[in-house]
Design a protein around this ligand. Sequence first.
Ligand code: DC
Length: 229
Amino acid sequence: MSAWQLKNTMIDIPVLTIDGPSGSGKGTVAQLMAKDLGWHYLDSGALYRVLAQASIKHGVELGDESSISTLAKNLDVVFLVKSGELEVLLEGWNVTTLIRSEQAGNAASKVAALPLVRNALLERQRDFRQLPGLVTDGRDMGTVVFPDASYKIFLNASAEVRGQRRYKQLKEKGIECNISDLITEISERDERDRNRTVAPLRPATDAIQLDSTSLGIESVFDRVRAILR
Ligand code: DC
């Protein structure tokens, strides 16, 4: 057991991990669960999204592993919860809306495939593990970042339904997009996230798998809550 595992297991801070592909509903369910439990919340995807923006801002190529991992180590990012909404500041610049576009998601997926970059963000993610507990969503929360988490969920849904959900979310945020382009982009991003060499998108062996294709968010939330009980 590594030093961080020992430290966190000893003080016994519970973690609920919710992993899954884009549009599976993991972010919404994770936020609802964090609110319900009164636990902290980590949106790990936002970290990769912000890092990709930082790379673009500083003129670093998205495949330049060494420069991006240096950026990752020194990333000046602040997450604030304002009126129940997550606000994200990169070097003091409000990137909350900017990081939610599909282009930003794709750029995030590219930097996230680089092993040194993932490594550079590991401790930063683990630092979110604070009392009374943490709810976190991403791709490798249950497999790599918090392998000793008390509760692990893997949420999936068909690519079409996920595309439709993302379309609705982006529209609500005032971000223009085309549904069929969106489904193609989501499928390509999934492929990259599933097939990368480090921390690929896959369920932890001890995760409970849920399919949200024909379930509303409220039903998924109720099921996750029932699992925790
Ligand atoms: O969850 P999201 O759509 O905001 O994530 C954006 C990208 O970041 C995703 O396509 C892959 C990457 N990511 C990752 O590799 N590992 C995580 N734990 C979270 C996100």
